[in-house]
Design a protein around this ligand. Structure first.
Ligand code: HPA
Length: 257
């Protein structure tokens, strides 16, 4: 992907999307494995398959529908990614994160990223929700590598508050009000597609992570680069905790999510 030309490319994507809806979304919602069902609840929804949108790649992850759904949810106008792109699919980090750039060009100021992941904290249980307070980029790559897209943000972006404290506080307050149990913690992002060996789960916990998954980190980096506020929430679908590790499959992850 030509980073120098990102302004022009994203404009083409935005122009196409605008031919499919009259709504102006204010929030982006990235729905992870097993979580795509939320997009079906949008009102006045326009559905746009990724393969129709200029410069989008195809979603190949199982059960990821691969479409944008733009509509209204709880009084807000939202753009949902029903399925996302992953590095393990063979796409570059720039391709994986391209939709975040398009969101920026559409005027979106806040993005909510969801994912399914393995829990590392000994107090976590499958089915728990974890509000992401911070992350570790363990992918070995970075979506901002290469020429800087100056039109989007600086060469050396700050990551001191990658996940908005204001949004974390708001979410915790709402969870408390509604009696929803939430955990909080650090997400470590890998390349995948393998799940972890017991030794890797242990290492990630020693490194300071509470949950491990194969997504989110690249998108959060690009959102921070272009000044989009981030909220992240993980569903703990299985445990990478000594004594509690069982065989994991994508189907079980989907079911748990
Ligand atoms: N590891 C990595 N990614 C995951 C896991 C896991 O245990 N569970 C769901 N996604």
């Amino acid at each position: 992907m030509d980073m120098k030309n990102l302004d022009a490319l994203t404009l083409e994507s935005v122009e196409y999307i605008k031919t499919k809806t009259d709504l102006t979304p204010e929030i982006g919602l990235v729905l992870g494995s097993g979580l795509g069902g939320l997009a079906d609840q949008l009102e006045d929804a326009s559905v746009i398959p990724y393969e129709e949108i200029p410069h989008f790649v195809k979603s190949t992850a199982p059960e990821h529908k691969g479409q944008l759904v733009i509509g209204r949810l709880s009084g807000k106008t939202v753009l949902c990614m029903q399925g996302r792109f992953h590095y393990y699919e063979g796409y570059s980090m720039q391709q994986v994160t391209y939709p975040i750039r398009v969101m920026k060009k559409m005027g979106i100021r806040t993005v909510i990223l969801t994912n399914a992941c393995g829990g590392l904290d000994t107090s976590f249980e499958p089915g728990d929700l974890m509000v992401v307070r911070d992350h570790v980029n363990f992918t070995g790559d970075n979506p901002l590598r290469g020429a800087n897209a100056d039109g989007f943000g600086p060469r050396f972006p700050d990551m001191s508050e990658a996940y908005s404290k204001e949004l974390i506080d708001k979410a915790l307050e709402i969870a408390k009000e509604k009696g929803i149990k939430v955990q909080q913690g650090v997400y470590i992002g890998t390349q995948g597609p393998t799940f972890e060996t017991p030794a890797e789960y242990k290492m990630f916990h020693i490194l300071g992570a509470d949950a491990v998954g194969m997504s989110t980190v690249p998108e959060v980096i690009v959102a921070n680069h272009c000044g989009i506020k981030v909220f992240g929430v993980s569903v703990i679908t299985d445990l990478g905790v000594e004594g509690k590790i069982v065989e994991v499959s994508h189907e079980e992850v989907q079911k748990a999510a």
